[in-house]
Ligand binder design. Structure first.
Ligand code: FMN
Length: 423
């Protein structure tokens, strides 16, 4: 890959990268000044639309299109809600922005609010990020003192307040409708959709919910324009993406890469330095635990939304988990199933009842007590969950287990009890 200048991670390593001083020195808040003095809200939505920016929280939905669904002529208040829950196992890329470059997110929030006509924004932050909380609170105060938040921002007549809300540690509260329920002070259960948050979101008012990384791209799009932005990435997956890489590689970490500019194999073997000494590759999960695993033979795939989807997996959150042969595929499947069973919110019967079934069957197989019948039942349970729940948590549990069980069938078969020989 040709060298490129980091965009989202540009301030990492600079002294006090999280301060307003460092952010402004690198051009921070210039986009906001430009937007408030020269662009209408519609202009901003159009720019984000033509940039092709897609949501970085997992689903990859086009951000500008989402913003354009927010009704313009409504008496209801509108809201911007930032999804900073980052609960997907293997994902820790938003953390870098929240802790090291919080002003980039804040500028993105103000631009999003201006674009949709919101005067209140909420950041829903996972409670496991105390440093992010501290840095965000300081950054919000710095931005207020500088006149970027509050009443009549930069004499434009536009008002905005940003509030920080700390979650209580539930994976399901990263799902946008459960997040909204939680923000309203209720139990974090997903809502039926439609209606979608763009029309019926927080307190049933028009709301845009966006991921931290998604919003952090917006200042660059507004400052430099969509054509500039599109020089990075591919036609359908423009821009750069943060990948958090973990597992048995030599250089785990968070990397920024123009979408489609390299393959998953290159990310694992060149950027992350390949496998640690003495560890053998079993497979790679490309987009957080909910993305189906790819075998070593399937890694020659460009890192963009379409190419990974064509391989039957997902780019998802960009949480690349490198699995090695220290554990078998059965163990990895069991660990994933345990996570989903623990985190299932219990609203939908197939997920609430089905995920513990997956765990029990996988534990039985792992311990050598499982039979061919148990293996078949495992697959049957995945079918009983899939497509029958309000939110994708159940689907993910089913998909991940089915994927491990079919792609690594031999690992499973090795552990199955053979029928007793008839003499
Ligand atoms: C179970 C579950 C957990 C999720 N967790 C997160 C999360 O932690 N952070 C996030 O940004 N999106 C998460 N999502 C995706 C959100 O529902 C939603 O798609 C995202 O916030 C939209 O923002 P974006 O368009 O900017 O990606 C999760 C989805 C599901 C089904």
């Amino acid at each position: 890959m040709a060298e490129f200048e980091r965009i989202l991670l540009r301030d990492i390593g600079k002294p006090e990268s999280w301060s307003i001083k460092t952010y402004e020195k690198g051009g921070g808040y210039k986009a906001l000044k430009k937007a408030l003095s020269s662009y209408s809200s519609d202009d901003i939505i159009e720019m984000v639309k033509s940039s092709g920016l897609r949501g970085r929280g997992g689903a990859g939905f086009p951000t500008g299109v989402k913003w354009s669904f927010v009704p313009k002529d409504t008496d209801k208040p509108k809201y911007v809600v930032v999804n900073a829950d980052e609960g997907e196992p293997g994902t820790f890329k938003d953390r870098v922005i929240l802790e090291e470059e919080p002003h980039m997110l804040i500028e993105g929030i103000i631009l999003a609010a201006y674009a949709i006509g919101a005067h209140e924004a909420y950041i829903y932050l996972r409670k496991e990020y105390p440093l992010a909380k501290k840095r965000l609170l300081t950054a919000i105060e710095e931005a207020r003192k500088a006149g970027y938040i509050g009443k009549n921002i930069l004499d434009s007549g536009f008002d905005l307040e940003i509030y920080l809300y700390i979650g209580a540690g539930a994976y399901i509260c990263g799902e946008e409708t459960a997040l909204l329920e939680s923000l309203e002070g209720k139990r974090g259960h997903p809502r039926k959709r439609p209606p979608f948050p763009a029309t019926h979101g927080l307190y049933s008012c028009p709301t845009v919910v966006n991921n931290v990384e998604t919003l952090s791209n917006v200042p660059f799009i507004v400052l430099h324009g969509p054509t500039w932005y599109r020089q990075f990435g591919t036609e359908k997956s423009p821009g750069t993406k943060l990948f958090s890489c973990s597992g048995a590689v030599k250089r785990p970490g968070v990397y920024e890469i123009p979408l489609g500019s390299m393959t998953l194999k290159q990310l694992v073997f060149d950027v992350c330095g390949g496998m640690k000494e003495g560890h053998e590759l079993l497979g790679v999960i490309p987009g957080g635990i909910s993305a189906p695993v790819l075998t070593p033979e399937e890694l020659d795939v460009p890192l963009d939304y379409e190419s990974i989807a064509a391989k039957g997996s997902m780019l998802g959150s960009g949480g690349v988990i490198v699995l090695d042969k220290t554990f078998s595929a059965v163990t990895y499947a069991r660990r994933a199933a345990e996570f989903y069973a623990e985190e299932s919110c219990g609203k939908c019967t197939p997920c609430r009842e089905g995920t513990p079934w997956l765990v029990n069957l996988l534990r039985k197989i792992e311990s050598g007590e499982g039979t061919e019948e148990d293996y078949n039942l495992l697959l049957e349970v995945t079918h009983a969950i899939r497509g029958k729940t309000f939110c994708p948590l159940g689907d993910s549990a089913a998909c991940v287990v089915e994927n491990f069980a079919t792609k690594y069938r031999e690992d499973f078969e090795k552990l199955l009890k053979k029928p007793a020989a008839v003499s």
